[in-house]
Design a protein around this ligand. Structure first.
Ligand code: CA
Length: 243
C-alpha cells in the first residue's frame, strides 16, 4: 500500500494543507477486543429462531448498529414493516442472555502492542464505541491498563445518534480538543468506517471479520489492513508518512 498517496488524496479531498497527528480514535468491538465472533453467534441464532433470514455475515454487515436498529432494518427488508417494540425487547434480551453465557472476550491480537506504540509516539489513544455496558470502563482498564484515560472513552451513553452517523467521532474531537487533521480512526466494520468518513476523518480499516475487504473500501476506508496485528507491524512506517 502506498501510505503517502492515500494520505495525500485524503488531504486534498478534505482541504487540509498538513496532517499533524495527535490522537488515534479506536473502535472497540472487533478492533481492541475479539468479541465479534460471539456477537455473530448470538445474533444469528436469536434472529434465525425468530424467523429472520440472518447469517453470521449479516451480523458483521450490521455491526455498529444498536440492537433495535439491527432488528428493525431486518424486519423492514424481510417483512416490509418495522418490528414491534415487544419483539425488539424480547430479541435484545435473548441475545444478551446468550452473550452472557460466553467467556469474557479476549483482546484482539496485537491490540495492546498497537496502543502502546501509539502512546510511545506521543499520541493520545481514544475509544469511540457504540457499545454501552456499565462494565465497559472496567473491561478497558483491566485489559489495557493505564492506556486509556476515562475522559477519552466515548460510548453509546454519550451520544443520541450512534454510528454510522458521525456524531460519536465528532464528540471525540470535541472532548479530546482535536482538529480533524490531527486524528486517525481505526475501525473494522463497514458502518464504523462510514461513521469515520462522515466525520471527515482519515479512516483506517482492519478487516478482522469474514467480510470481503472490498466492503470496507466501498464504505470509504482510506487504508485497509488484513488485521490489527498487520496494522501494528506497519505502524512505524505509516506514522512516518504522516510527518
Ligand atoms: Ca467494530
Amino acid at each position: 500500500m502506498d501510505y503517502r498517496k492515500s494520505i495525500e488524496s485524503y488531504m486534498q479531498l478534505r482541504g487540509h494543507s498538513t496532517m499533524q497527528l495527535r490522537a488515534v480514535l479506536f473502535d472497540m468491538d472487533g478492533v481492541l477486543f475479539d468479541s465479534m465472533p460471539y456477537h455473530a453467534d448470538a445474533w444469528s441464532k436469536v434472529m434465525t429462531d425468530a424467523g429472520f433470514n440472518f447469517s453470521r455475515e449479516d451480523v458483521y454487515m450490521n455491526e455498529g448498529r444498536t440492537g433495535a436498529d439491527t432488528i428493525n432494518t431486518a424486519s423492514l427488508a424481510q417483512f416490509g414493516k418495522p418490528a414491534t417494540q415487544e419483539l425488539i425487547e424480547t430479541l435484545c434480551k435473548a441475545k444478551c442472555d446468550i452473550f452472557d453465557t460466553y467467556p469474557p472476550t479476549p483482546r484482539m491480537q496485537g491490540a495492546i502492542e498497537l496502543v502502546q506504540k501509539v502512546k510511545a509516539c506521543g499520541l493520545t489513544p481514544m475509544i469511540v464505541t457504540g457499545s454501552g455496558t456499565p462494565a465497559l470502563l472496567d473491561r478497558v482498564q483491566s485489559n489495557f491498563p493505564g492506556l486509556f484515560d476515562e475522559k477519552h472513552i466515548i460510548s453509546s451513553f454519550n451520544v443520541k445518534r450512534g454510528k454510522p452517523f458521525p456524531d460519536p467521532y465528532l464528540l471525540a474531537l470535541e472532548k479530546g480538543g482535536f482538529a480533524p487533521n490531527e486524528v486517525i480512526v481505526v475501525e473494522n466494520a463497514p458502518l464504523g468506517v462510514t461513521a469515520g468518513v462522515a466525520a471527515e476523518l482519515f479512516t483506517v480499516a482492519a478487516n478482522t471479520g469474514p467480510l470481503d475487504a472490498k466492503v470496507l473500501t466501498d464504505a470509504g476506508a482510506n487504508l485497509v489492513f488484513p488485521s490489527i496485528q498487520a496494522l501494528h507491524d506497519e505502524w512505524e512506517k505509516l506514522f512516518e508518512n504522516f510527518k
